[in-house]
Design a protein around this ligand. Structure first.
Ligand SMILES: [Zn+2]
Length: 149
């Protein structure tokens, strides 16, 4: 193998590990690793703003590590390739972190989470259901009028 081929293949690898180099992104991937989640679930679990979570999800999606599924007006995020979770688990095991600790973020339901996956008896919802991936506080805000051109 020539040096050029070797450096070419190492570039995308270093890019993936650079993307994974933020704690919150590892947390997001652990949360969605076994079951898809919407932004409001991630917000309830991590306690950080949706806007911040969305930026991280965008970076992970751009890198094709995460894919989305639209359900009505809501978007659910999941791993594009489940092997990524194996890599994170292997790294965790290498660091002496227990599987139980690693699996903690993927638990359902999360207390006080408004998402449908955390509601008891959720079966995907009836057609045309009105649940939205927003907290009640956001929903009660008046709708923003379109900016005049
Ligand atoms: Zn939830």
């Amino acid at each position: 193998m020539s040096a050029n081929i070797s450096s070419d293949s190492s570039k995308p690898l270093s890019e993936v590990f650079r993307l994974l180099g933020q704690q919150v992104r590892i947390q997001i991937l652990l949360i969605i690793g076994k079951q898809e989640a919407c932004v409001c679930h991630l917000e309830a679990e991590l306690g950080i703003r949706q806007a911040t979570i969305s930026q991280h999800l965008m970076a992970l999606k751009d890198a094709k590590l995460v894919t989305t599924r639209r359900h009505g007006r809501n978007i659910f995020y999941r791993l594009a390739n489940p092997e990524l979770l194996d890599i994170i688990y292997q790294a965790g095991t290498m660091m002496g972190i227990s599987t139980e600790d690693l699996a903690y973020l993927s638990r359902r339901p999360v207390p006080n989470c408004p998402c449908p996956h955390c509601k008891p008896g959720w079966n995907g919802g009836p057609p045309g259901h009105r649940w939205r991936c927003w907290r009640p506080a956001y929903r009660s805000r008046p709708a923003r009028l379109p900016t005049p051109i």
